[in-house]
Design a binder for this molecule. Structure first.
Ligand code: SF4
Length: 475
């Protein structure tokens, strides 16, 4: 599975172009520009998209952007960042879940229109993108990209023509969008953040040296040296005005108690474990999943091992609850892109082979419980189980800290097509045989709400999207 995208933004007020950054270890606090702050935030959000990245800045009311294919650290050097001077800035890391992987589709998107310019950075996917594209095309719109994010920019621009402000335009555009969107919109003097009414994708607010910042995840705030303030609420629009003051608009917020659809897979796999989303630490959710799995599906074994990295916390939880020693069974080579970044099955298989190496000294002669976050096509599991057995493992019992994935995602991730999903074709026992495990079990779907409320005995199943496990879509 691919991540979706990540966004980061900072509003440095009317004049300040530099903020104090306390995070440098070698020389104490340093003065950094808004673009440098965004660079640091995007660097921490790199797991949310590795295809392309971009930074847009507003400098005395003039907007410009630099966008590149590739990783943040490879795309922006000191010289490029120095050229991006400006008081306010937004940035984006992208994996293409809608529209092709090309420089035209990189973000932030800059829209030029009668009242000026604005920049848009979007995380999520619109379900009604085709209908919106048709509607805009019929009205004479020209498109420069194939990404649904451009539709968001175009609709905000259209509403801006009849609005008194950019924040009013965003509020008026939101009812046109159906699906997942966490947005940052940069106008020449203002920064607007918005989150869809169901809250699929995370978005939070922080403060850095007195300046407002926004980040897809709290790990972006931490790396940029900002303090967490709060999450953007589902349906909320947050404005940082010319003077650097924060205003909140809740016109599109759902009624109290109404269903939300925060992506449960953010907690299981997508988000970084050190992030806190909507008040819930991701690593705590993952450990809870492991504990629930241990209670649901115990095994007599010698060692619990994770499939690194996203299986680590669940493995710790399983080991602790199951009273089995925890250890490492693999060495992970971090210099290969994420497992699924390769576009074809054969390239994926190659990258799996070189990415995870079994530790023979640790696993030989042992009965293992191997904890992974999910099984998508089954190819990864089959390869690493084979590698463990080749390294001398006596038994490999596989426990998955999510339910079987049976349906695609239309909300900003790249879960495979239904035909490619092994759990949509085969039973648990058939999958076990296919991947060569000695036993296999998945977390029960009824347990998912407990990941969002780890202290609850039971939780209402109305707080999260679990469509890829249930085939019941909230939109
Ligand atoms: S379908 Fe799955 S991955 Fe997509 S938003 Fe829902 S829970 Fe998340």
């Amino acid at each position: 599975m691919h991540e979706e995208c990540g966004v980061f933004g900072i509003h440095s007020g009317p004049e300040t172009k530099q903020v104090t950054y306390a995070g440098l270890s070698d020389g104490g606090p340093a003065r950094i520009s808004s673009a440098q702050a965004v660079y640091l935030g995007l660097f921490a959000l790199q797991h949310r998209g590795q295809e392309s990245c971009g930074i847009a800045v507003s400098n005395a009311g003039v907007l410009r952007a630099e966008r590149r294919m590739g990783l943040v650290s490879e795309s922006f050097d000191a010289h490029t960042l120095a050229g991006l001077s400006g008081e306010n800035a937004i940035g984006h890391v992208r994996y293409s879940t809608a529209g092709g992987s090309c420089i035209e589709n990189c973000q932030p998107i800059i829209a030029r229109y009668a009242k000026g310019r604005l920049a848009v950075a979007h995380n999520g996917n619109l379900r009604n993108a085709d209908a919106l594209r048709d509607e805009l095309a019929q009205a004479g719109a020209l498109f420069q990209t194939t990404a649904d994010s451009e539709l968001i920019a175009q609709l905000i621009v259209r509403e801006r023509m009849n609005s008194r402000s950019i924040e009013e335009a965003v509020l008026r555009a939101m009812p046109h969008f159906r699906g997942a969107y966490s947005l940052l919109v940069l106008s020449p003097r203002k920064l607007v953040a918005a989150r869809d009414p169901l809250g699929f994708r995370p978005l939070c607010i922080g403060k850095l040296d007195g300046r407002w910042v926004f980040s897809s995840e709290t790990c972006g705030l931490d790396t940029a040296g900002a303090e967490f303030v709060r999450d953007v609420e589902p349906g909320e629009v947050v404005l940082i005005n010319e003077a650097g003051e924060l205003h909140s608009f809740r016109k599109n917020c759902p009624a109290a108690g109404a269903r939300k659809a925060v992506c449960i897979f953010e907690y299981i796999y997508f988000a970084r474990p050190d992030s806190v989303i909507d008040g819930i630490p991701v690593h705590v959710s993952r450990m809870k999943a492991g504990e629930l799995l241990a209670a649901q599906s115990p095994v007599e074994a010698d060692l619990v091992i994770p499939v690194p990295d996203s299986g680590i916390e669940a493995a710790v939880g399983y080991a602790r609850a199951g009273g089995i020693p925890y250890g490492m069974g693999f060495v992970r080579n971090n210099y290969v892109g994420r497992t699924f970044i390769k576009p074809t099955q054969s390239e994926r298989r190659k990258s799996i082979d070189v990415k995870l190496s079994p530790m023979a000294q640790s696993v030989a002669g042992k009965r293992l419980v191997m904890i992974d976050d999910s099984i998508v096509r089954g190819s990864t599991s089959a390869n690493i189980i084979r590698a463990l057995k080749n390294a001398g493992a006596k038994e490999v019992h596989v426990r998955i800290s999510s339910p079987p994935i049976i349906a695609p995602c239309y909300f900003g991730t790249d879960i495979a097509t239904r035909e490619e999903l092994i759990s949509s074709r085969l039973s648990v026992e058939e999958i076990r045989r296919e991947i060569g495990a000695d036993s296999l079990d998945f977390l029960r779907i009824e347990s998912l709400p407990l990941l969002l409320d780890p202290n609850a005995e039971a939780a209402a199943n109305a707080c999260c999207c679990d469509a890829c496990f249930s085939d019941e879509y909230p939109v």
